[in-house]
Ligand binder design. Structure first.
Ligand SMILES: [Fe+2]
Length: 244
């Protein structure tokens, strides 16, 4: 695990891919005095390491905010205290497959949430999952969850989406592009820190998803990635999509 400082009171816990795995994890933490809000937990192993690192700094995990409720983002809750405040989309029940010991408090899409010096606001971005959200941090950073995914070295990972959710994923990516942000954080892969890289990453995913949708899922792999400027990894997501 590598710990970086993103900004004042803003930490990034980075976990490179383990051998044979498609992706690693990026967990971001906001600090308010000794209290910490963690964005996503990854699995128990990663959550435990983050918790121990925070404890060694005299900090304590009080809040977890979830970009969505897939296992690779929420399973770490099992290693955390039941009294932690867990925040996420009210649509979480459509995605969460296992019971968790914490109670989920739905975020407000109109009111936002304040944590120390951080003002957070949330936008629904369904597609990758029905409960995916975009998280705005002080109008400066935008966490895109798994709307964009990449490997630890930045190599693009193909969007993961169920066939019937492709149109929603496209709409969410169009929304993300229209937000025209300069600093986008990801759950998997390094942050994108300029508009050109962000737009290119979005356009490549859009091109792939539109090709699949326009062919009613019948296109070949070559046709699916025809308009993409990057070389995607994660071709298995395309194969799975065809079987939906
Ligand atoms: Fe994920």
């Amino acid at each position: 695990m590598i710990i970086d400082t993103v900004d004042s009171n803003f930490l990034n816990f980075r976990f490179p891919e383990k051998e044979g795995f498609l992706y690693g994890f990026n967990l971001y933490a906001l600090v308010n005095g000794t209290d910490v809000l963690l964005i996503d937990t990854a699995f128990r192993t990663q959550a435990r390491q983050v918790k121990e690192a925070l404890t060694s700094k005299g900090l304590q995990l009080t809040h977890v905010l979830l970009t969505h409720f897939h296992p690779d983002h929420v399973a770490g809750l099992a290693a955390l205290a039941p009294e932690i405040t867990v925040l996420g989309s009210q649509e979480y029940t459509r995605t969460l497959t296992k019971d968790i010991k914490q109670t989920v408090t739905p975020v407000s899409f109109s009111g936002g949430f304040s944590f120390g010096e951080f003002d957070l606001s949330f936008t629904p971005a369904p597609g990758h999952s029905p409960c995916s959200i975009l998280i705005d941090i002080n109008g400066n950073y935008l966490h895109a969850g798994d709307n964009l995914m990449s490997r630890y070295d930045g190599k693009a990972i193909l969007p993961w989406v169920e066939y019937h959710e492709i149109a929603g994923h496209i709409s969410s990516l169009e929304l993300l592009k229209a937000m025209n942000r300069g600093k986008v954080l990801l759950g998997h892969g390094p942050a994108l820190l300029n508009s050109r890289d962000i737009n290119l990453a979005i356009d490549d995913r859009l091109s792939y998803l539109r090709s699949v949708l326009n062919s009613s899922g019948k296109c070949s792999w070559e046709e699916a990635i025809h308009g993409c400027s990057c070389e995607f990894t994660g071709k298995e997501f395309f194969e799975q999509l065809k079987r939906d």
